[in-house]
Design a binder for this molecule. Structure first.
Ligand code: PLP
Length: 396
């Protein structure tokens, strides 16, 4: 059958493919320690679930407005003011089916064929796929473990061309865990002010999973605010991945363009999830804080254990729930059967021989890394470390 050129530009994320392979091995009875997961291993807090039940009884079961309920958009404005000292009007907020749809709306509203999107690596897989759907071109800027996976102003400026139209990054970063400080963002801002045609997508979905203290947004700089699109959502900070709810904050023109697109694709996001999300934002955040404290404890164990394995080089993630070690020291090595040439080989070796599942750094644009999620309990992490040690000790 002949499909459209458009569908030819769509590829399935590596993260999902890896989860599939892991399931296949498990079905054969092999005990795989799965560190591929991109979601909290905690349940959605009870008070949020209760709010959803109440919403259904109250009749919030009809089509909601395309851009989201007014009360939710207002609650997002309140959150941005309280947490981030950022002032937005409800018409500058748009609610979507996950942060993923918010990202798709923005990228497809801004990118024209041939436009360039600048993306520091490693990056979250979906950014590049969405740019490709819009027939844009990605300019990747390699960042590495020695820079703590952070982009400098010099590297940013060197990548800008007259075709640059978008800059896309996440902080805290999936997969590196890098968290930009105010000073680091200010240095990037000083570059962007010289290039007024570039819009900045600031993906802040891991905002609450921050081990350093206060979250910083690049939207805090008044010279840039109108060109920054904040992407955020409920999946990570409130353990609500299945509820599929995210939002963007941006200038009104961008929001209107995205509203037009969303009105044809999906209409408003799930009405019940939206009502529950109001409660998530206005109620006490103690469950989110407890979850972050648990991630921090696991991170401390896991990073130091990985750091003690010869050949692994690792940064200290300051947010999100991923470790992203540099494993390039193993390239060129073999256990007598499998020759490791790159991150894909390393990941498959670890899965097939070590029975630990991670995601190859190639999926995130960084060939020297592998992503392990620590959104799993300490015992599983300890088991993973032992298995990784054993598998790697066989490589010479
Ligand atoms: N942005 C980043 C950096 C992510 O890691 C994810 C999910 O893994 C998303 C956005 C999408 O989140 P959502 O579940 O809200 O679509």
């Amino acid at each position: 059958m002949q499909f459209s050129d458009f569908i030819g530009r769509v590829n399935e994320p590596q993260t999902i493919l890896m989860a599939k392979k892991t399931r296949e091995l498990k079905a054969l009875g092999i005990q795989i320690t799965d560190l591929t997961l991109g979601e909290p291993d905690f349940a959605t807090p009870k008070h949020i679930i209760e709010a959803a039940i109440t919403a259904m009884h109250e009749g919030y079961t009809k089509y909601p407005p395309v851009a989201g309920y007014a009360e939710l958009r207002q609650a997002v404005c309140q959150k941005l003011a309280t947490d981030n000292h950022l002032h937005y009007l409800p018409e500058e907020i748009m609610v979507s089916t996950g942060a993923k749809q918010a990202l798709a709306n923005v990228i497809l509203s801004i990118i024209n064929p041939g436009d360039e999107a600048i993306i520091p690596t490693p990056y979250w897989v979906t950014y590049a796929s969405l740019v490709a759907l819009g027939q844009g071109a990605c300019t990747f800027i390699p960042c590495n473990v020695d820079d703590n996976f952070k982009l400098s102003a010099e590297k940013l400026e060197a990548a800008i061309t007259p075709k640059s139209r978008l800059f896309i990054f996440s902080s805290p970063c999936n997969p590196s865990g890098a968290v930009y400080s105010r000073e680091e963002l200010e240095a990037l801002k000083n570059v962007f002010v010289k290039y007024p045609d570039i819009y900045i997508i600031s993906d802040e979905i891991y905002e609450y999973i921050n081990f350093t203290g206060r979250h910083q947004s690049i939207a805090q700089f008044p010279e840039l605010k109108d060109r920054v699109i904040i992407i955020n959502g409920f999946s990570k900070g409130f353990a609500m991945t299945g509820w599929r709810l995210g939002y963007m904050a941006a200038n009104r023109e961008i929001v209107s363009a995205c509203e037009k697109l969303q009105s044809q694709f999906t209409s408003g996001a799930n009405s019940i999830a939206q009502r529950a999300a109001i409660t998530a934002l206005v109620a006490d955040k103690a469950p989110s804080m407890a979850m972050t404290a648990a991630f921090k404890e696991r991170k401390e164990y896991f990073i130091s254990a990985l750091n003690n394995i010869e050949g692994i080089k690792i940064n200290n993630p300051e947010g999100a729930f991923y470790a992203f070690p540099d494993i390039s020291a193993f390239f060129g090595k073999s256990d007598g059967h499998t020759h490791i040439q790159n991150a894909d080989d390393f990941t498959m070796y670890l899965l097939n021989t070590g029975h630990v599942a991670g995601v190859s750094g190639a999926a995130f644009g960084t060939e020297s890394g592998i992503r392990f999620s620590f959104a799993t309990d300490l015992d599983t992490l300890k088991e993973a470390v032992e298995k990784i040690k054993t598998a790697l000790s066989r490589l010479h």
